[in-house]
Design a protein around this ligand. Structure first.
Ligand SMILES: C[S@@+](CC[C@H](N)C(=O)[O-])C[C@H]1O[C@@H](n2cnc3c(N)ncnc32)[C@H](O)[C@@H]1O
Length: 275
């Protein structure tokens, strides 16, 4: 059965991350329920294309600066899979996530190969020494944290001086309908798919249409629907503008080196390295 937690007021504290962990997590979508449905995306463009793009960049950097790789908010481990496919040894990979069910799936895929999959909260100081990682990736997880600037500062702290941070995050005007359109390569006009924001019945119908050729379990599509409409409606999420993301990186001591869009043009892709 699908369980989405009720929204509760978020208590602000003097902690640099400005949140109360349990209450904050209850304000967000239920990532544990989302885990199995989320993992369906691994075989589909544009999600897979975006992961391949990031994995190629990781490989490029890893060849020049070999060292440990952190996937922050690793979900079900799909980026790590793309890295294994590029012959990067799992022993160099660390995946962290706050959701137990996401981690369980990642662990099933990668634990035996030696990747270190652990519990960690991106809303808190990271459990790593300064300068540990030569590459840090954070794909579609930064929007979900309480304070993206604080999280990026932590990434900057645990990044090696010659390291690189690669962030993918939905941009401020991202339209989920256009991502769905790319999933099924529809020839219908953008305005048809942009009806995703017009209410639950449109959103549900568009999700079904986007995935109709994939034979996914309808219960999993229902979870995709609920999770995505919850994310879209949440005022706790941070969908950043390009300038905001670059400014956050700069104030953490990281210089954006490459900036473009990815994920059907609905997400920002930024490479940043210590200034
Ligand atoms: C949309 S999924 C992306 C997963 C993965 N990066 C990928 O590209 O497939 C977002 C992930 O961020 C994780 N997440 C959300 N808030 C988090 C937090 N505060 N600390 C750690 N992980 C978090 C969720 O559990 C989820 O696995």
């Amino acid at each position: 059965m699908l369980t989405i937690f009720a929204r509760v007021p978020c208590i602000r504290t003097e902690h640099p991350f400005f949140y109360n962990p349990e209450e904050y997590l209850m304000n967000t979508i239920d990532w544990n329920t989302y885990a199995r449905a989320y993992d369906l995306l691994r075989s589909i463009a544009p999600y897979r294309t975006m992961h391949d793009q990031v994995a190629d960049a990781v490989l490029h950097h890893y060849r020049n600066v070999p060292g440990r790789i952190l996937d922050a908010g690793c979900g079900t481990g799909n980026l790590l899979t793309a890295l294994v496919a590029r012959n990067i040894p799992s022993a160099y990979m660390v995946g962290i996530d706050a959701s137990r069910d996401m981690r369980v799936i990642a662990e099933q895929k990668h634990g035996a190969l030696g990747a270190d999959i652990r519990t960690a909260d991106l809303n808190a100081p990271l459990p790593f020494a300064s300068g540990t990682f030569s590459v840090i990736t954070c794909i579609n997880a930064l929007y979900a944290v309480a304070n993206p600037a604080a999280t990026i500062r932590e990434f900057a702290r645990v990044l090696h001086p010659e390291g690189i941070l690669i962030v993918v995050t939905p941009h401020h005007d991202a339209n989920l309908g256009l991502i769905l359109k790319a999933h099924c390569k529809s020839s219908k006009p953008d305005r048809y798919w942009m009806q995703f924001t017009q209410g639950d019945s449109f959103a549900r119908a568009l999700i079904q249409e986007a995935f109709e050729h994939n034979n996914f379990d309808p219960a999993l599509l229902d979870i995709l629907f609920t999770a995505n409409t919850t994310i879209h409606a949440s005022d706790e999420k941070h969908f950043l503008r390009l300038q905001e993301l670059c400014d956050i990186c700069k104030s953490a001591g990281l210089t954006p080196r490459l900036v473009k869009t990815t994920y059907a043009g609905q997400a920002l892709l930024v490479h940043a390295s210590p200034t």
